[in-house]
Design a protein around this ligand. Structure first.
Ligand SMILES: NC(=O)c1ccc[n+]([C@@H]2O[C@H](COP(=O)([O-])OP(=O)(O)OC[C@H]3O[C@@H](n4cnc5c(N)ncnc54)[C@H](O)[C@@H]3O)[C@@H](O)[C@H]2O)c1
Length: 423
C-alpha cells in the first residue's frame, strides 16, 4: 500500500529534476500578481466579499430609511425621536399568533376627557386598556364598550406600579377640577408625581410612546397674555392650588427627563378649559356650574366681578388635538385650547341664551389664586400639528346641556345623538 501511494505521488512529479521556466509573455508582468491573487488568495477574497456585503446590508438601508429630521423637529426635540418603529416593538410574533393592532393605555380613561378619547381610539380600531381608580370618573362613561373584545377596564391607582404591554400611553389620570383636586391635596400631588413616574417607567420598560395631559395651570396667574408655550408662568408654589399646578409642572419635568435621559418618546399637551358631555355635574368648573344651576333654576354663581376671562374648548376638538400630537413627530409642549376669550359674565349670558333667558346671576367673593386671564396662543399647534378647534361655544354648549339635562332630570331625549354628533 505504502509503495503504491509512493508510486502515485511520484506519478505527477516532473520527470526531470531540471527547472525550466516557461517563456514569459509580454503582458504577463502585470497580469501575474492578479492571477496569483485569484488563484492562491481565495480566502482573502472571501473575507473581502463578506466585509463588503456587511457594509451594504447594514449601512445602505439605514441611510435611506432614517431620513434627517426637519429643522423644526430638531429645534423642538432636544434629542432625536426614539423607537419610531413602535408598532412592531414586540419583535417576532410566534407562528400561529396574529399581530395585534395598536395597543393603547388610557389612564383616567373613565373620566370626562378620557372617555371621549377612548371612544375615538376604539372607533379607529385600536385595542384600548383603561386604568382608573374611579375617583372622579365612573364606569357609565365607558360602559358602552363592555363586551367589545378590543376594550379592557382595570380598576387601579396609578400611584401603584403596573406592568402592561402597550404601544402608546395617554396619561390623563388626575382630578382636574379645583373641588376634586383640593379635596385631598397630598393625594393630588402624589398622583401627579408618583403616578406620572410609574407611567413613564412603564413607557420606558415596554418602549411605548407617552403623552402627558398637562394644563394651562402651569402658567399660574399669567403675566403674559395670551400664553405661549415658551412662557414659564407665574405660579404660587405654596397655595391651595399648588398641589395641582406644581404637580403638573413636576410631571412635565419628569416627562422631559425621561425623554432626555432614558430616550422615552414623549408628548406634552397643555390643555385649556374644556367642556362637553360627561363632565362631572357640580365639579366647581365654571361651565358645568352655570349649566347645572341654570337647569335647576338656581342663580349662576359668579366669583369676583365676573370680568376674569377664560377660553372654552369643546371636548371633541381636544381629543383630535391629543391624537394628532400623539401621532405626530413633535414633543411639545403644545397649548390645546380654544383662543376665543369670554369673561365669566359673557359666559353666563351664553348659558342664559341656551337654557333660560331669565336665569339669575349671583356674585360671590373670588377664590384664592384664581387666575385673572387665560387664553391660549395656539400658533405652534396650528403650524406643527395642523390643529385648531372647530366647535364654537354657542354650538358646543347645547350638546353639553342636553347631556346634563338627561343626567339631572333623567330626560333621555336627544342625548345620545348629541354626544355622537359632536365628533
Ligand atoms: N378638562 C379640562 O378642562 C382640563 C384642563 C386642563 C387639563 N386637564 C387634564 O386632563 C386630564 C383629564 O381631565 P378630565 O377633565 O377628564 O378630569 P376627570 O376628573 O373627569 O378625569 C380624571 C380621571 O382620572 C381618574 N383618576 C384620578 N386620580 C387617579 C389615580 N390616582 N389613579 C387612577 N385614576 C385616577 C379619575 O377617576 C378620572 O376618571 C387630567 O389630567 C387633567 O389634569 C383637563
Amino acid at each position: 500500500m505504502t509503495s503504491e501511494l509512493t508510486y502515485r505521488r511520484h506519478e505527477h512529479q516532473p520527470t526531470s529534476n531540471i527547472y525550466s521556466p516557461k517563456p514569459s509573455k509580454p503582458w504577463s508582468i502585470t497580469i501575474r500578481p492578479i492571477r496569483y491573487i485569484l488563484h492562491e488568495q481565495r480566502l482573502i477574497f472571501t473575507l473581502i466579499g463578506i466585509v463588503l456585503a456587511t457594509f451594504f446590508f447594514i449601512l445602505i438601508p439605514s441611510s435611506t430609511t432614517n431620513k434627517p429630521m426637519s429643522r423644526p423637529t430638531q429645534l423642538l426635540n432636544p434629542r432625536p425621536v426614539f423607537n419610531t418603529n413602535r408598532y412592531n416593538s414586540g419583535g417576532k410574533i410566534p407562528l400561529g399568533l396574529k399581530r395585534k393592532g395598536l395597543r393603547v393605555l388610557v389612564t383616567g380613561g373613565a373620566g370626562f376627557v378620557g372617555s371621549h378619547l377612548v371612544d375615538r381610539l376604539i372607533e379607529r380600531g385600536d385595542s384600548v386598556i383603561v386604568v382608573d381608580n374611579f375617583f372622579t370618573g365612573n364606569k357609565e362613561n365607558v360602559m358602552h364598550h363592555f363586551g367589545n373584545a378590543g376594550f379592557e377596564l382595570i380598576r387601579h391607582d396609578v400611584v401603584e406600579p403596573l406592568l402592561l404591554e402597550v404601544d402608546q400611553i395617554y396619561h390623563l389620570a388626575c382630578p382636574a377640577s379645583p373641588v376634586h383636586y383640593k379635596f385631598n391635596p397630598v393625594k393630588t400631588i402624589k398622583t401627579n408625581v408618583v403616578g406620572t413616574l410609574n407611567m413613564l417607567g412603564l413607557a420606558k420598560r415596554v418602549g411605548a410612546r407617552f403623552l402627558l395631559t398637562s394644563t394651562s395651570e402651569v402658567y399660574g396667574d399669567p403675566l403674559q397674555h395670551p400664553q405661549v408655550e415658551t412662557y414659564w408662568g407665574n405660579v404660587n408654589p405654596i397655595g391651595v392650588r399648588s398641589c395641582y399646578d406644581e404637580g403638573k409642572r413636576t410631571a412635565e419635568t419628569l416627562t422631559m427627563d425621561y425623554h432626555r435621559g432614558a430616550g422615552v418618546e414623549v408628548r406634552i399637551a397643555r390643555i385649556f378649559n374644556t367642556y362637553g358631555p360627561r363632565m362631572c355635574i357640580d365639579d366647581g368648573r365654571v361651565v358645568s356650574n352655570f349649566v347645572a344651576q341654570a337647569l335647576r333654576k338656581e342663580p349662576m354663581t359668579v366669583y369676583g366681578d365676573g370680568k376674569q376671562t377664560r377660553s372654552f374648548q369643546y371636548v371633541s376638538d381636544l381629543v383630535v388635538g391629543l391624537m394628532r400630537l400623539m401621532e405626530g413627530e413633535y414633543v411639545g409642549p403644545f397649548n390645546l385650547g380654544n383662543p376665543g376669550e369670554f369673561t365669566m359674565l359673557e359666559l353666563a349670558q351664553v348659558v342664559q341664551e341656551t337654557i333660560d333667558p331669565n336665569a339669575k346671576i349671583e356674585f360671590r367673593p373670588n377664590t384664592e389664586d384664581d387666575p385673572h386671564k387665560r387664553k391660549p396662543d395656539i400658533t405652534k399647534a396650528k403650524d406643527l400639528l395642523g390643529w385648531e378647534p372647530k366647535v364654537e361655544l354657542r354650538k358646543g354648549l347645547p350638546m353639553m346641556v342636553s347631556d346634563f339635562r338627561q343626567r339631572i332630570f333623567g330626560d333621555h331625549k336627544d342625548n345620545d345623538a348629541a354626544i355622537s354628533s359632536s365628533f
